[in-house]
Design a protein around this ligand. Structure first.
Ligand code: RTP
Ligand code: MG
Length: 143
């Protein structure tokens, strides 16, 4: 299995709850390595651009408002099968349906405020990483 990269956001609700470390710890304990990381306050334009694929959905405006309601942590995670592994660790989009022990089951309130984002495929991971990080902000895997 080749080493893969995925893109993660610790969303404003999880940052406000002071569980950045708990979330990162789930990644690290499950074989994902942080190779890039920064905390930032998204602008409306950034949030709209990042979620452009959902532009026509009824929840789009609420989603953008939520994503700019406070700082987020954006990260690049690296590891075997990183995209799928992160999706498994996050749990279902709606925390009410997320498996016990997943990040969303443990830290999320609702489908709107659901603690984390993770890329849904290697191709989207590439685009999402490039949206937030330049190549020189991503560190080589430590072997
Ligand atoms: P994400 O992109 O944030 O990792 O979440 P996801 O793949 O599990 O869900 P997606 O379908 O891509 O939706 C993106 C985010 O939009 C919000 N959402 N709200 N009210 C709703 O029906 C609804 N559906 C989606 C969620 O915050 C979701 O994470
Ligand atoms: Mg998604």
């Amino acid at each position: 299995m080749a080493i893969e990269r995925t893109f993660s956001i610790i969303k404003p609700d999880a940052v406000a709850k002071n569980v950045i470390g708990e979330v990162v710890s789930r990644f690290e304990k499950n074989g994902l390595r942080i190779v890039a990381s920064k905390m930032l306050q998204l602008t409306k334009e950034q949030a709209e651009g990042f979620y452009a694929v959902h532009k026509e959905r009824p929840f789009f405006n609420d989603l953008v408002s939520f994503m700019i309601s406070g700082p987020v942590v954006v990260q690049v995670l690296e590891g075997e099968n990183a995209v799928l592994k992160n999706r498994e660790l996050m749990g279902a989009t709606n925390p009410a349906e997320a498996a016990p022990g997943t990040i969303r089951a443990d830290f999320a309130q609702s489908i709107d405020e659901n603690a984390v984002h993770g890329s849904d495929a290697p191709e989207t991971a590439k685009e999402e990483i490039a949206f937030f990080f330049s190549e020189d902000e991503i560190c080589e895997r430590i072997r």
